[in-house]
Ligand binder design. Structure first.
Ligand SMILES: NC(=O)NCCC[C@H](N)C(=O)O
Length: 416
């Protein structure tokens, strides 16, 4: 499935990058749920950011159907674990991955030494499993000592990454650049180590131009919406911070990737953890929006005046305006039409919670959505959107929908 051509130019894959949410989707990165989900228990699911304990086999079936719906529409699906395993075939990449995974573990010298040896001997496939599913104290066959005696048998030595399912959040392509994001929640921080490793060292991506990085202020991909070529909306709430959006704005302006960034404050609550839990684009001028917050959503429009003598970029920040108005103005369209989640406030609240707003556009007016959100899907269809329905009863237990579960690597440029 992978290739060895130069990034963005190879004959066997589409150029990397995206300038909108709705240009025809050509390539996407997914993560098929795996053994990391079997780590979830009623005692750790909150910390690991899941709202329940998924039935893993059914989650895999649902995910396979999601992937099939994409490939049936000529979308190339890349799996994160395949890319990682291929990356780990390289000795330097392996060494870097092991170093990063073990770097900050507080396990004492005896266990650290043992784990170094264990990971060093693992095949690329085994190492991928270790890095994604983690290692429990009762699973190791050596390194026993004071630390392991004092830890509980089911304590993790290396934490699992169940939220890898949501490939949206750890990287974002903006035009031909990839932003490695900076995840806010401790349970997700290691995800960017893996995506960064892939983008740095996998033959398909090596040399891809970058912005942002995990060392910068927090920005999560679910907060970043490419509203139109040159216009990016960024949610600021539980995950992306005010300084994070400022940092991202500076970088996209400096690299000439956008002329306007809309900073959109959202409630710091789990139900609205990212902007894409509240609204997603389904056409060049249509957005499915959670009506219970739509009227109060505002945007601070950020543009720039070029650099000062010392190179520092001067940003202009406008007074907050209603989000849809500010967005339409920045996008250069008469109106950004709102399609509501649900029919009444209670159904809207239920369907928003079940990711009714979290659609993945495959092209203008074609979007993947969870089938369970009947009323929202009916409204989308009434507005002329083709809805590709997928099951998500188990996938949804991590609180994420089709958009969260996908990182577009290539979309056709939008011609407007
Ligand atoms: N873009 C998204 O909204 N992603 C969903 C992330 C869900 C994950 N369980 C989390 O809490 O981070």
């Amino acid at each position: 499935m992978s290739t060895t051509s130069t990034p963005g130019t190879g004959p066997d894959h589409a150029p990397h990058g995206a300038d909108s949410e709705v240009g025809r989707l050509r390539t996407v990165m997914l993560h098929r749920p795996g053994p990391e989900l079997k780590r979830l228990t009623p005692r750790n699911n909150d910390k690991l950011l899941f709202d329940g304990i998924p039935w893993v086999a059914r989650a895999q079936e649902e995910h396979d159907a999601f992937a099939e719906a994409l490939t049936a529409r000529d979308v190339e699906v890349l799996y994160l674990t395949d890319l990682l395993t291929e990356t780990l075939a390289d000795a330097d990449a392996r060494a870097a991955a092991i170093e990063e995974a073990l770097d900050e573990l507080d396990l004492g010298d005896t266990m650290a030494r043992y784990l170094h040896g264990m990971l060093g001997e693992a095949s690329p496939e085994e190492l991928t499993t270790i890095l994604t599913a983690g290692v429990r104290n009762d699973e190791v066959r050596g390194g026993f000592g004071l630390v392991t005696s004092l830890l509980a048998p089911d304590d993790f030595l290396i934490d699992p990454l169940p939220n890898l399912l949501f490939t949206r959040d750890s990287s974002v392509w903006v035009r031909d650049r990839v932003a490695i994001t900076s995840l806010a929640m401790p349970a997700r921080k290691r995800e960017t180590e893996l995506t960064e490793l892939i983008y740095t060292r996998h033959p398909r991506f090596v040399g891809s131009p970058r912005i942002h990085g995990s060392h910068y202020e927090h920005v999560e991909g679910g907060d970043v919406l490419l509203l139109a070529p040159g216009v990016i909306a960024v949610g600021v709430g539980e995950r992306t911070t005010p300084a994070g959006v400022e940092r991202l704005a500076r970088q996209v302006f400096e690299a000439d990737l956008a002329h306007t960034v809309l900073a959109v404050p959202i409630a710091q609550e789990r139900a609205t953890m990212h902007l894409d839990t509240i609204c997603t684009l389904v056409d060049v001028d249509k957005m499915v929006v959670y009506p219970n917050v739509a009227d109060s959503l505002v945007a601070h429009t950020v543009t720039h005046r070029g650099p000062e003598a010392d190179g520092h970029l001067l940003l202009d920040v406008a007074e907050p305006q209603p989000f849809l108005l500010a967005a339409a103005a920045a996008m250069g369209i008469d109106a950004l039409h709102q399609i509501d989640t649900g029919l009444d406030p209670v159904t809207a609240e239920r369907e928003q919670w079940d990711d009714g707003n979290n659609t993945l556009a495959l092209a203008p007016r074609v979007a993947v959505a969870y089938e369970r959100n009947d009323e929202t899907n009916d409204r989308l269809e009434a507005a002329g959107i083709e809805v590709v329905r997928i099951a998500g009863s188990e996938l949804g237990s991590g609180r994420g929908g089709p958009r969260c579960m996908s990182c577009p690597i290539s979309r056709e440029p939008l011609v407007v």
